[in-house]
Ligand binder design. Structure first.
Ligand code: HEM
Length: 479
C-alpha cells in the first residue's frame, strides 16, 4: 500500500485546485488530449475535478490496460446522466463489472446480437436502405441538393428502431428526439461527475432536464412494451422487445430458482434503451465520414466503384451477401474507422483495485480514457502519413477492427469491447457500398472536393460539425 505522497502517477499537466484539468479539455477533448499526450506520453495522468484519470494514447498503452490488466479496468464509472436517464445503470453499457453485467452481456450477445439474429433482421436493413436509394433517386431526377448527413442518420435510426421496437416511425411520440436529447445531455463532461459538491448545486441545471427526458422515454417504452404484450403471437416479425418479453415470461412461468439473470420490466427497459443508445448514431457517423473522405479522394471512390462494377454489376444493387467479396471496400472501411472512430475516447473505464502498470501507480476508482482517435493517428504505428486517408496502407497488413490489433480499436477491446461490432461493420459496409454503387455525388455549391470542411463535433459520438450537402446522380442501368 502506498501513501498518497509516495505514489508515482503517470506524467501529466499541472492540475488546478477543485477543477483539476477540466478547464483544459475544450470543445474537442480528444484532440486536446492527443496534443497533451505528445508532451506527456502515451500513459498520461490528469485530474478531472478530484478524479484521478489516466489517458491512453498509443497501441501498446491501450494493450496494457485493455488486455494485460483488462480485469482490473473492466468496470464503468457511475455517471449522473446515466443514473437519471438509463435506469440507474441496469442496462449493459454502464453496469459495473461483475456477475450482473456478465449475465446481461450473455443475454445480449446470444439472444439479440448473435450472427443468426443479425441475419434474421437482414430484410429490415434491405427494405430501409431501398427507401433511401429511392428518395435519392427522386432527388437526382429533380436535380436537388440533399442533406446526406440527415438522410444517413435517419436511415440508421430506422433500421435500429425497426429491429428493436418493430417500428421505425410512430406519429404519437417523439422517441427519436428524446433519445437524441438524452445522448446529447450525457455527451459532455458533467461537472457533477467530477466535483460532487458542486454537482449538488446543479449549476448547469441538468437534473431537471435529465428527469424530463427520462420520464418521457419511460412513458414511451411502457406504451410500446404494453402493445407488444397485447398482440404477442399475432405478429410475424419478432423484434428485440418480443425476444426479451419471451425471455422474461419464461422465467416467470418456470419459477426457476437458478442464479441466471431474471429479467424484470425495469431491466428489460434498460436493455432496450441501451441497445437504442449504442446503435443510434455510431454506424451513421462512420458512414458520414466515409462518404466525406471518398468525396475528398476521388481516386479512392473510383477504385471502389470499379470494384462494385466488377463484383456486383451495373445492373444490380448491392446485397449483403456481396460484401465478403468486396476487398477494397474492406480497406476503405478500416481506413475510415482509423481516422474517424465514432466513439473517439471509447466509453470510460474504471479501475476496481490499486495497481501498478509500467511502473506507474494507478489508484482504485481511476477513470481510464482510451483515445482511439489518437491511436489511429500514432505516427509510430502508422508512419509519417498517419493523417492521410490512404486505404492501401492496409494491403499486406493482416489487421482488423476486432480488438486484437491495438493500432485499430474503434470498437474497444477485451471484456468491455463492443458486442455490436458485427452488426456495426455490416451496416457501415452495406450502406456505404450501396450509396457509392448507385450514386455519384457532387458537393453542393460546386465546391472543390479538397475544400470540403472536415470539422468534428464532440459528443458521445463524433459526427461532422457541418452536414454533408450533395447533388446525387444515379449510376445504375436498367434498374
Ligand atoms: C459502427 C458502429 C459501432 C461502433 C464504432 C461502436 C463502438 C463501441 C465502443 C467504442 C464501445 C466501448 C468500448 C469500451 O468501452 O472499451 C462500445 C460499447 C458497446 N456497444 Fe458499440 N459500437 C457500434 C455499434 C453498436 C451496435 C450496433 C450495438 C448494438 C445494437 C452496440 C452495442 C454496444 C454495447 C451494448 C456496448 C457496451 C459494452 C459494455 O459496456 O460491456 N454497438 N461500442
Amino acid at each position: 500500500v502506498h501513501r498518497k505522497c509516495d505514489r508515482k502517477l503517470p506524467p501529466g499537466p499541472r492540475a488546478l485546485p477543485i477543477i483539476g484539468n477540466l478547464h483544459m479539455l475544450g470543445n474537442l477533448p480528444h484532440q486536446t488530449l492527443y496534443q497533451l499526450a505528445k508532451k506527456y506520453g502515451p500513459i498520461m495522468s490528469l485530474r478531472l475535478g478530484n478524479l484521478p484519470t489516466v489517458v491512453l494514447s498509443s497501441p501498446s498503452a491501450a494493450e496494457l490496460f485493455l488486455k494485460t490488466h483488462d480485469l482490473i479496468f473492466a468496470s464503468r464509472p457511475k455517471l449522473q446522466a446515466i443514473e437519471y436517464m438509463a435506469y440507474n445503470s441496469k442496462g449493459m453499457i454502464f453496469a459495473e463489472y461483475g456477475s450482473y453485467w456478465r449475465d446481461i452481456k450473455k443475454l445480449v450477445t446470444l439472444e439479440l446480437l448473435s450472427p443468426s439474429k443479425i441475419e434474421f433482421f437482414g430484410p429490415i436493413r434491405r427494405a430501409e436502405l431501398g427507401c433511401l436509394v429511392e428518395s435519392l433517386r427522386r432527388a437526382a431526377a429533380a436535380g436537388e441538393v440533399v442533406d446526406l448527413s440527415d438522410k444517413v442518420r435517419e436511415l440508421a435510426e430506422n433500421m435500429v428502431y425497426k429491429m428493436i421496437l418493430g417500428r421505425s416511425k410512430d406519429e404519437r411520440f417523439k422517441l427519436k428526439e428524446s433519445v437524441a436529447e438524452g445522448l446529447n445531455l450525457s455527451g459532455g463532461f458533467n461537472i457533477a461527475d467530477y466535483v460532487p459538491w458542486l454537482g449538488a448545486l446543479d449549476l448547469q441545471r441538468l437534473i431537471p432536464r435529465f428527469k424530463a427526458v427520462s420520464k418521457h422515454i419511460d412513458t414511451i417504452l411502457e406504451t410500446i412494451i404494453n402493445e407488444h404484450e397485447q398482440d404477442f403471437g399475432q405478429r410475424q416479425q419478432k423484434d428485440f422487445v418480443d425476444i426479451l418479453l419471451l425471455r422474461m415470461n419464461q422465467h416467470m412461468s418456470s419459477h426457476d430458482n437458478s442464479q441466471e439473470l431474471k429479467l424484470d420490466r425495469t431491466k428489460l427497459k434498460a436493455v432496450i434503451l441501451d441497445m437504442i443508445a449504442a446503435a443510434f448514431d455510431t454506424s451513421s457517423t462512420t458512414i458520414e465520414w466515409a462518404l466525406s473522405e471518398l468525396q475528398r479522394h476521388p481516386q479512392v471512390k473510383l477504385k471502389l466503384q470499379k470494384e462494385l462494377e466488377e463484383v456486383v454489376g451495373m445492373d444490380k444493387i448491392v446485397e449483403e451477401t456481396d460484401l465478403g467479396k468486396l476487398n477494397y471496400l474492406d480497406l476503405v472501411v478500416k481506413e475510415t474507422f482509423r481516422l474517424h472512430p465514432a466513439v473517439p475516447l471509447l466509453l470510460p473505464h474504471e479501475s476496481t483495485e490499486d495497481i501498478t502498470v509500467n511502473g506507474y501507480d494507478i489508484p482504485k476508482k481511476s477513470r481510464i480514457l482510451v483515445n482511439a482517435w489518437a491511436i489511429g493517428r500514432d505516427p509510430v504505428a502508422w508512419s509519417e502519413n498517419a493523417q492521410e486517408f490512404f486505404p492501401e496502407r492496409f494491403i499486406g497488413r493482416d489487421m482488423d477492427v476486432r480488438g486484437h490489433d491495438f493500432q485499430l480499436i474503434p470498437f474497444g477491446s477485451g471484456r468491455r469491447g463492443c458486442p455490436g461490432l458485427q452488426l456495426g461493420v455490416l451496416t457501415v459496409k452495406y450502406v456505404l457500398a450501396q450509396l457509392v454503387h448507385c450514386f455519384d455525388l457532387e458537393l453542393a455549391d460546386g465546391m472543390f472536393p479538397s475544400g470540403l470542411d472536415m470539422t468534428e463535433k464532440f459528443g458521445l459520438t463524433l459526427p461532422r460539425a457541418n452536414h454533408l450537402l450533395v447533388k446525387p446522380t444515379y449510376r445504375l442501368v436498367n434498374m
